[in-house]
Design a protein around this ligand. Sequence first.
Ligand SMILES: *[C@@H]1O[C@H](CO)[C@@H](O)[C@H](O)[C@H]1NC(C)=O
Ligand SMILES: *[C@@H]1O[C@H](CO)[C@@H](O)[C@H](O)[C@H]1NC(C)=O
Ligand SMILES: *[C@@H]1O[C@H](CO)[C@@H](O)[C@H](O)[C@H]1NC(C)=O
Ligand SMILES: *[C@@H]1O[C@H](CO)[C@@H](O)[C@H](O)[C@H]1NC(C)=O
Length: 168
Amino acid sequence: MGVNRGVLLAAAALLFAAVMLPEVVAVRYIVGGNMGWSQSVNYTIWAQDKKFYNGNWLFFMYDRNQMNVLEVNKTNFESCNSEHPLHNWTTGAGRDVVPLNVTKTFFFISGKGFCFGGMKVAIHVEKPPPPPSSSPIKSSSPPSLRSRVFVPALFAVAAAWDALLLLL
Ligand SMILES: *[C@@H]1O[C@H](CO)[C@@H](O)[C@H](O)[C@H]1NC(C)=O
Ligand SMILES: *[C@@H]1O[C@H](CO)[C@@H](O)[C@H](O)[C@H]1NC(C)=O
Ligand SMILES: *[C@@H]1O[C@H](CO)[C@@H](O)[C@H](O)[C@H]1NC(C)=O
Ligand SMILES: *[C@@H]1O[C@H](CO)[C@@H](O)[C@H](O)[C@H]1NC(C)=O
């Protein structure tokens, strides 16, 4: 049998890439970039050139002995009131992950007085855009998340197998 190992490996890599595609698409933002969640960042400026989509993640990295991460409502965001957070994301490690799993504006502040110094960020989360290689099949109802994630992956798998069969 003349099946080339290189061809099989390439096909396996393609299959792997196709299956892993949804993971690659799940964007994770480090809040404040390499400055993290600190007093040296203007978070209005940090957020303004970014698009946040439902399904993205925020990663807060900070000095666990000083700051924390609290999700508050708009009123308490504006007044830096940390008394009644909607969600306390602080785990104690100084590394907190927040799933942006609702299409809304999320408001985060640091308590312990840091909000007044500017440690506050509003994250406007939008519906995810259609996939870049959308299928030509038109549907009157919006596609479910499942079909949007898995249909392109299945096409990629099929294409990988077609390529393999052509090479054999
Ligand atoms: C935010 O919560 C406070 C109570 O902590 C409440 O008084 C206020 O009306 C709420 N604001 C919004 C916009 O929901
Ligand atoms: C948030 O949760 C952490 C860890 O459980 C806790 O130590 C801290 O007191 C909480 N902060 C607030 C403001 O609820
Ligand atoms: C979003 O994620 C949080 C934390 O994991 C969870 O408590 C909440 O139920 C999720 N909301 C939705 C709409 O999936
Ligand atoms: C961040 O920058 C914006 C736009 O330049 C400015 O209006 C705002 O006051 C700044 N915030 C802080 C906390 O410095």
